[in-house]
Design a protein around this ligand. Structure first.
Ligand SMILES: *[C@@H]1O[C@H](CO)[C@@H](O)[C@H](O)[C@H]1NC(C)=O
Ligand SMILES: *[C@@H]1O[C@H](CO)[C@@H](O)[C@H](O)[C@H]1NC(C)=O
Length: 183
């Protein structure tokens, strides 16, 4: 390789390294270190980052508790819409397993709501509430599976519940220095 070619290669290498470190892929890292510290412990790092960053407040949040509040508010909003969606489905098609899902989504919303309220009162309870919210989604999924019923739009929403449950749980574990038990 001639002298100029060598210089070009060095310049190119440095440009690529610069780009790599300054523009990390959005699904692999957040610009907020706090988000990274939480999301890497959750069941899906990329989905966690995307979810948290969809709220404009996340970028400037520097306290774990504030991030937990954002996550649980999102969880309440998301699961409330899912419950309404499932109830609507149930009105159109009265299937026993969809009825069970509607019931379990009441529990999911209740757990996320309680977790949000307990954040400033009893962090350990908030941590527990966030964790058990996923049980409702799992019970819904199992009710459909054992009836041999497949409703992909509900299964997708169960996945969101598990994601938000994992985010809320890991976030509150970090806030109160509890070891994570998931994973
Ligand atoms: C629920 O959360 C998921 C995951 O973040 C998101 O993709 C979806 O758009 C949300 N749904 C609603 C209705 O907010
Ligand atoms: C009601 O939903 C179940 C489960 O998805 C499905 O098997 C059934 O065909 C649906 N019935 C009607 C009338 O759409």
């Amino acid at each position: 390789m001639d002298f100029q070619g060598h210089h070009l290669l060095v310049a190119l290498t440095f440009s690529l390294l610069f780009l790599f470190f300054h523009y990390p892929l959005p699904t692999n890292a957040s610009t907020n270190k706090l988000v990274d510290s939480v999301c890497k412990k959750t069941i899906n790092n990329g989905d966690c980052i995307n979810a948290l960053e969809s709220d404009p407040r996340t970028a400037t949040t520097s306290e774990l508790k504030d991030l937990a509040k954002i996550a649980l508010q999102m969880a309440v909003a998301n699961s409330t819409k899912s419950k309404a969606y499932i109830d609507d489905l149930l009105n159109k098609n009265h299937t026993e397993s969809i009825k069970k899902c509607s019931f379990w989504y009441g529990a999911v919303v209740g757990s996320f709501r309680s977790g949000l309220e307990e954040l400033d009162v009893d962090a350990l309870t908030a941590n527990y509430d966030a964790k058990v919210a996923a049980d409702g989604a799992n019970n819904c999924e199992n009710a459909m599976a054992s009836a041999g019923v497949q409703v992909p739009s509900i299964s997708t929403r169960n996945k969101y519940v598990r994601l938000y449950s994992s985010i809320g749980f890991e976030n509150t574990c970090l806030s109160i220095n509890l070891p994570s038990t998931q994973q």
